[in-house]
Design a protein around this ligand. Structure first.
Ligand code: ADP
Ligand code: ZN
Length: 191
C-alpha cells in the first residue's frame, strides 16, 4: 500500500463490530513502529473494553493508546516530531475530531482513524461520515454474519438476546445487552 511521502493525509478504516477495525489499526501502527516513526494513538475514555491504556482487538492484539475525553485534548500530545496519529473508536468523539484530523494532515501528519460507520440502527454514526468525506483513503471492511455466515456490514444490538427496538434507551438497567455482526438481510431493528 503506497502512501504519499511529501505531505500528510487521512486514512479511515470502517465497518461493523468484529470486522477487524482495531486489528487493522494495530497492524498499521506496528508497521509504522518498525519504520521508527514517531507515533501517538488515542481512544475515547468511555471505551475501556479490555484495557484503559491500550487499543485491544477482539483477537487480543494491542498497542499503547492515550485515553481522552474530548477530541481537542489530542493537541496536548502532538509536537513537531509527531509523524503518525492513530485514533480508535472515532465514532465516539465530538465533531471537532474532523477539523483536528484535517489540521494534523495539513501539518504533514499521517492520521489513521478506525471506527463504526453505522450505529445499531444502521444509521451513520457520529462524526464518521464526514471524516470519510475528507479522507484520502477509506477501507470499508466486513465481519462475518453471526446468523448466515455472509459478509456482515451491520452491528446487531441484542437486549436479553432479542433484537433491540429503534428507540430503546442506550443504557437499560438490569438488561443484558450484547452485540453481534450481521449482514443487511439478517440485521433486525424493531420499530
Ligand atoms: P473491531 O475493532 O472491528 O470490533 P476487532 O479488530 O476488535 O474488530 O476484532 C476482529 C476479530 O474478532 C476477528 O479477527 C475475529 O478473530 C474476531 N471475531 C469474532 N466474531 C467475529 C465475527 N462475527 N466476524 C468476524 N470476526 C469475528
Ligand atoms: Zn446474514
Amino acid at each position: 500500500m503506497y502512501r504519499p511521502v511529501n505531505h500528510g493525509y487521512i486514512e479511515v478504516v470502517i465497518g461493523p463490530m468484529y470486522s477487524g477495525k482495531s486489528e487493522e489499526l494495530i497492524r498499521r501502527i506496528k508497521r509504522a513502529e518498525i519504520a521508527k516513526q514517531n507515533i501517538v494513538v488515542f481512544k475515547p475514555r468511555i471505551d475501556d473494553r479490555y484495557s484503559k491504556e491500550d487499543v485491544v482487538s477482539h483477537s487480543g492484539d494491542s498497542v499503547g493508546a492515550i485515553p481522552i475525553n474530548k477530541a481537542n485534548e489530542i493537541y496536548n500530545y502532538i509536537d513537531e516530531k509527531t509523524q503518525v496519529v492513530g485514533i480508535d473508536e472515532v465514532q465516539f468523539f465530538d465533531e471537532e475530531i474532523i477539523n483536528i484530523a484535517i489540521n494534523l494532515a495539513d501539518k504533514g501528519i499521517r492520521v489513521i482513524a478506525a471506527g463504526l460507520d453505522m450505529d445499531f440502527k444502521g444509521e451513520p454514526f457520529g462524526p464518521t461520515p464526514k471524516l470519510l468525506a475528507v479522507a484520502e483513503f477509506v477501507d470499508k471492511i466486513q465481519a462475518i454474519c453471526s446468523v448466515c455466515g455472509q459478509p456482515a456490514t451491520r452491528s446487531q444490538r441484542l437486549i436479553n438476546g432479542e433484537p433491540a427496538r429503534y428507540d430503546d434507551p442506550i443504557i437499560q438497567v438490569g438488561a443484558v445487552e450484547s452485540y453481534e455482526a450481521r449482514c443487511r438481510k439478517c440485521h433486525v431493528v424493531y420499530r
